[in-house]
Design a protein around this ligand. Structure first.
Ligand code: NAD
Length: 359
């Protein structure tokens, strides 16, 4: 197969790293990589060439490509019938027009079998870690308890809202830095995970609960109880990291503007849900806003500042996905007839026809 790896626009990551390009080449695939595609992530063209890839401009890479890998969806001049493996298919009309077959990896189910291919998880882990590192860098005070001859500095208080993949990494990083950490999540199953990291799990006093791996939008009673609790906790916090998401929906609004006014001057909110609407009312995606001495940082893509490892993990995920796809295509060349839950969940368009139209 001819594989092409695109150069991302406005993203420092790359979908396939040189070590993974070599794995494709070892499987006798022809690997083409856009010139400079890995440069911002820390992978030079020479490393790709050493791994057996051919560097070329997008126009020649896309020509005759069987499979194209990208992280962000891009409107390029694809070949009809090309299989595009990307993290999110955002312009289905364009994919239909170009007669593409598209797998959107953000639709990978949260199952044990799928975890090696789960780009959302791998990227969220790094995002959570980096959010805490950025918070430590940005805040005007120290994180751990420090006993000095000039006096004792108390440990910073960190609150993590949403203890999923990103939230748990933020908690673990905050603990390593010596913060006093508390967290909450709508899923009761998060309690044990939070506590196992040595953080305090804050429970919302409500009859409504949810469990499992998929969160749901909570009812009014829960929201009121959560807000009451937050109003009590926020004034004592130095750093708040919000990661709350509901799959397929706008991020829940958790911190209202007037709640920020009760926070300490110099406190910091890092909103990792900024791109899907934000957990904080005043979040602006891609910007830092300040109100009443509290900074709210709305990262639109925090992975841009940790692109080396983010690319490494993404590339491993896509390789695992590709191996699955190829092995199943050998048994059943018609992709729409492959009976595999991961491939079924991620296939959005087949040869220009939306999958729901095929059913
Ligand atoms: P996510 O990014 O969709 O959401 C982040 C967190 O926000 C979730 O834990 C969610 O419960 C929480 N949340 C939603 N609304 C909230 C609210 N109003 N207040 C507080 N918290 C709220 O979720 P995620 O990080 O991808 O993972 C969620 C769960 O799924 C975790 O238990 C994770 O371990 C699991 N998971 C499993 C797999 C797998 O098995 N392959 C893959 C990914 C995630």
């Amino acid at each position: 197969m001819k594989i092409f790896v695109v150069s991302e626009e406005s993203d420092n990551r790359v979908a396939v790293t040189p070590d993974i390009a070599k794995k494709f080449a070892d499987l006798t695939h022809e690997v083409f990589v856009a010139t400079n595609a890995g440069i911002n992530a820390g992978f030079s063209d020479i490393e790709y060439e050493k791994s057996g890839a051919v560097l070329c401009p997008a126009s020649s890479g896309l020509k005759g490509a069987d499979v194209v890998f990208s992280i962000n969806f891009q409107k390029l001049q694809y070949n009809p019938g090309t299989i595009l493996i990307t993290s999110q298919a955002i312009d289905l009309a364009f994919c239909e027009e170009q007669k593409l077959t598209v797998f959107a990896l953000n639709k990978i189910p949260r199952t044990t079998r799928a975890q090696y291919m789960d780009v959302l998880s791998s990227q969220a882990s790094l995002a959570g870690y980096k959010a805490m590192i950025e918070a430590a860098h940005e805040i005007n005070r120290a994180i751990p308890l420090m006993m000095t001859t000039a006096g004792t500095i108390p440990a910073a208080r960190v609150l993590v809202i949403g203890a999923g993949v990103a939230g748990l990494q933020a908690i673990a990083t905050a603990k390593r830095l010596g913060a006093v950490v508390s967290a909450f999540d709508v899923r009761t199953s998060a309690k044990e995970q939070v506590q196992s990291l040595g953080a305090k799990f804050i429970e919302v006093d409500s009859r409504e609960t949810t469990d499992g791996v998929y969160a749901k939008e909570m009812g009014e009673e829960y929201k009121r109880a959560q807000e009451k609790l937050l109003r009590e906790i926020l004034p004592s916090q130095d750093i708040v990291i919000t990661t709350a998401q509901i799959p397929g929906k706008k991020a829940p609004l958790i911190i209202k503007a007037d709640m920020i006014e009760t926070m300490k001057k110099g406190a910091l909110i890092i909103d990792l849900s900024a791109q899907s609407g934000g957990n904080c009312e005043i979040t602006v995606s891609g910007k830092t806003v300040e109100t009443n001495g509290v900074k709210v940082i709305g990262f639109d893509n925090i992975l841009n500042i940790i692109p080396y490892d983010a690319s490494k993990l993404y590339a491993k995920n896509v390789f695992a996905f590709f191996e699955l796809l190829i092995s199943k295509m050998q048994e059943q060349p018609d992709i729409t007839k492959i009976d595999d839950p991961i491939l079924k969940a991620t296939l959005v368009i087949y040869n220009g026809i939306k999958v729901d139209h095929l059913c």
